[in-house]
Design a protein around this ligand. Structure first.
Ligand SMILES: [Zn+2]
Length: 137
């Protein structure tokens, strides 16, 4: 998925409506950001690991994230601290799905994760691939 993707508000609203039908969601919310925001899976989220050497880089990740926000850095290009390889912030190995996006659609719901065909339906409405992130509150 592309963390810089910004489907139109109309498409996003249609996708959110469909999501609410699929999972009986409460308090649906659509948010747009100027640059990719980190979408956190909340405190219960698992670790953050290097996609190349599997090193635990969670504390580096949050430090780097704060540093970039302070500088207003827009791109997501990083060099891993463990093995010095180039990748995207969005492609780190998040134990629980997390990631970066310019648009979020959020609903409050219980229940099962989206099936692949359901996610694909949402993606068709939006016109871009999505990443489903569960935030446990
Ligand atoms: Zn590494």
């Amino acid at each position: 998925m592309d963390p810089f993707a910004k489907p139109s508000e109309e498409r996003c609203q249609a996708a959110l409506d469909r999501l609410c039908e699929l999972r009986t969601g409460y308090e649906p919310e659509l948010e747009f950001f100027d640059k990719p925001e980190f979408i956190w899976a909340a405190e219960s989220a698992g670790g953050v690991f290097c996609p190349f050497c599997a090193a635990d880089i969670e504390s580096w990740f949050f430090e780097e994230l704060r540093y970039r926000e302070e500088r207003g850095q827009q791109d997501l290009v990083i060099t891993t601290p463990c093995c010095a390889r180039s990748t995207s912030f969005n492609d780190l190995d998040f134990e629980d799905r997390q990631g970066f996006a310019c648009v979020t659609m959020e609903i409050n719901c219980r229940g099962a994760d989206l099936e692949s065909f359901e996610r694909e339906e949402i993606e068709a409405v939006l016109g871009v691939p999505v990443r489903v992130i569960w935030r446990h509150l």
